[in-house]
Design a protein around this ligand. Structure first.
Ligand code: WT7
Length: 650
């Protein structure tokens, strides 16, 4: 029996010190960690953004709520657009946009983006949108998406972006919860060569969201869609009386609501995670500048996420634009028309910084490195990862095959609730370790604690907590104070509990172990899923793996592994034995999976996270729980069939 909150089994000793030439030019130097927390955020609060009225006090903390930059007046769209144009940077490209259908490309300079934001803001004004009016945005990856977000911020209208893959019900629930009056959508979106009927879905949602009185529609595919007279308006031919060429940015209080991002919780009702204006913008811009070492004059930055997630909000829209960056924005999927599409984009635009998720990296591993090899990726100088723990083997693959075995890889830990990256290497400063997000960002106080809330020392495992507020932290769950307190603040009094397990190594570096709900208990040993998965992915034939525990009379829980092999290989009894032995060799016999199910795909959420909860249902032969957030519901049914076909081995 072990008394440890979570045990540490997998040893990873590869080290990548910061290259000297990178360090010499980096935005962050090692002394950035020496700046006292308040001084750091005061300084960034003054340098990263422009205030209409300066803040008078940095921080007020009344647990579990924090306020930042009190008294400051600010407008997000002014910071992302006008001030760059006023500084003479109007000709700099803000977005290099690539449509999914081949050959559809456009670019928008800061001056052009400002003009379009002003136009959309004036259209929204005509539709009755003003300070405080709530707006729902249901768009694919078209430039009108950031334009809509910025037009809302210009008017002081809080918005919620609903990812284009969500259903009518999800859209209606979110609009109703927030009290949205206006919806912005598009006729149809492109996805893997087919059209996605966004307007039709929006119509269905509006039927269930009576609060929405106007719908603004962006033309994308040009196919015919129903338009309801009086309610629905095309953006492109909307006539604004007198066609004003300007729209004054509304001065907002630092603590005014900027947007809600809905995230699913353990119960069905999604949580509207609230982010406010000043602290969020400072947090997004500051982390974007130091973590990605952004040089706005020369970098071509690409965050390959969807703007419908928090990653896209902070690191495609608000952070990069506030910093005056040039970003790539891609509409479609990585494998359309072929699996080299991303690498073609990197080559075409000379992308220098690439930020993506482990699920995408593992997909490229599964397809094989030959697709990247067809393209010149030498413009890249920095790689990033976010969304899940990254298996060391995937990290190393990313560095070798995409990064030419020379680029730093920054594994960045954060959440919808945190608004900004909190645990991350700083390229040019940090010695990298594959699989470790390394250290808290400057001015961030993270710790790993045991069941009693006591800090575990170096080498210990437990629960990841934040002990001090940070500027972009959520200001709560919209309309549900009680749920906010119980979800994040009750488990460890006085600390924000992220729900993730982590361990700290001898150097004080953090290793994220996944959601604590996923931790397995085998013969009294609490084993994290990521370590067993990483041991499996370490095997040369494995592209992806997910493990979970199933009830076992003898050991409490037994480990079941779901494994996807590289290049479409099929599983075999020999492979099964080989993989079990490989895990035993990497981390010890205790972690040996009792059985292994080979499967071509793993069940994932629409944002690409593996859903171990459903795998537990499969492993225990139970009816499946809620499958509404799955990207592809057919995948679990297929896995369930395969699990039955492959009996357990002990
Ligand atoms: C959860 C938050 C924040 C942007 C996208 C996800 C997991 C995120 C990492 C990482 C290990 C990570 C955590 C976290 N996660 N990044 N670098 N290493 N785990 O936002 O949907 O709110 O999910 O994603 O479990 O709690 P999100």
């Amino acid at each position: 029996m072990s008394d440890k909150a979570i045990e540490t089994l997998l040893a990873e000793d590869r080290r990548y010190p910061a290259p000297e030439d990178f360090a010499a030019q980096a935005n962050a130097k090692s002394d950035i960690y020496d700046i006292p927390f308040e001084e750091f955020w005061e300084r960034e609060g003054r340098e990263r953004v422009t205030w209409f009225e300066p803040f008078t006090s940095l921080l007020e903390w009344e647990l579990p709520y924090a306020k930042w930059y009190l008294g400051g007046k600010i407008n997000v769209s002014y910071n992302c657009l006008d001030r760059h144009v006023e500084a003479g940077l109007g000709e700099r490209v803000a977005y290099l946009w690539e449509g999914e259908p081949e050959g559809e490309r456009s670019s928008l300079t800061y001056a052009e983006l400002l003009a379009q934001v002003v136009r959309m803001a004036n259209v929204l004004k005509e539709l009755g949108v003003g300070k405080g009016t709530r707006v729902a945005i249901y768009l694919g990856m078209v430039t009108e998406l950031p334009i809509a977000m910025l037009a809302c911020t210009r008017l002081g209208a809080p918005n919620t972006v609903v990812f284009g893959g969500f259903s009518a019900d999800s859209l209606a629930d979110r609009s109703n919860d927030m009290g949205c009056e206006v919806l912005i959508t598009q006729d149809e979106a492109w996805r893997r060569g087919s059209t996605v009927p966004l307007k039709l879905t929006a119509d269905e949602a509006m039927a269930a969201a009576p609060g929405i009185r106007a719908c603004l529609v962006v033309e994308r595919t040009g196919n015919e869609v129903p338009m309801q007279a009086g309610r629905d308006h095309w953006l492109h031919n909307f006539e604004v009386p007198d066609d004003p060429a300007t729209c004054p940015p509304e001065p907002m209080d630092a603590e005014d609501l900027l947007f809600l991002m809905y995230t699913s919780g353990t119960t069905a009702k999604p949580k509207g995670i609230a982010h406010t204006t000043g602290g969020y913008l400072v947090g997004a811009a500051t982390t974007h500048r130091y973590v990605f070492d952004l040089k706005p004059e020369t970098d071509v930055y690409w965050c390959a996420a969807d703007i419908g997630w928090i990653t896209g909000h902070s690191y495609i829209v608000y952070g990069p634009l506030c910093n005056g960056a040039t970003s790539v924005m891609y509409e479609g999927t990585p494998d359309f028309p072929d699996k080299d599409r991303w690498w073609e984009i990197v080559e075409r635009y000379g992308v220098t910084i690439l930020y993506t998720a482990p699920t995408a990296i593992r997909a490229h591993m599964k397809w094989g490195p030959e697709f990247a090899e067809q393209h010149d990726l030498s413009s890249l100088r920095l790689l990033g990862s976010v969304g899940e723990p990254i298996n060391p083997e995937a990290w190393v693959w990313y560095r070798e095959h995409i990064g030419g075995d020379r680029l730093p890889v920054v594994d960045t830990w954060w959440q919808t609730e945190t608004g900004m990256i909190l645990i991350t290497p700083l390229p040019g400063v940090t010695t990298l370790k594959p699989g470790s997000a390394t250290r808290p960002f400057p001015g961030v106080d993270a710790a790993v604690v045991d069941d009693q809330g006591e800090e575990v020392g170096p080498g210990g495992g437990g629960y990841l907590v934040l002990r001090r507020p940070w500027p972009a932290m959520t200001r709560g769950i919209f309309g549900d104070d009680e749920r906010y307190r119980t979800t994040y603040w009750e488990r460890f009094p006085g600390m924000y509990f992220a729900g993730d397990g982590a361990r700290i190594d001898e150097d004080g570096d953090f290793w994220l172990l996944g959601r604590v709900d996923d931790v397995m208990n085998v013969s009294g040993h609490r084993i994290s899923t990521i370590e067993v998965e990483s041991a499996l992915v370490d095997h040369t034939s494995v592209a992806e793996a997910a493990v979970c525990g199933r009830a076992d009379q003898l050991t409490g829980q037994a480990i079941v592994a779901f494994v996807t092999l590289k290049g479409g290989q099929e599983g075999s009894v020999e492979m099964l034995e080989e993989l079990r032995d490989h895990v035993a060799m990497k981390i010890g016999p205790i972690a040996k999976p009792a059985n292994i199910v080979f499967t071509p795909e793993l069940p994932k959420t629409r944002s690409g996270k593996i859903m171990r909860r459903l795998l537990r249902d499969v492993a225990e032969d139970r009816p499946l729980g809620d499958t509404t957030t799955l990207a592809d519901p057919a995948v679990v049914a297929e896995i369930a069939d395969r699990a039955v076909a492959q009996p357990a081995e002990d």
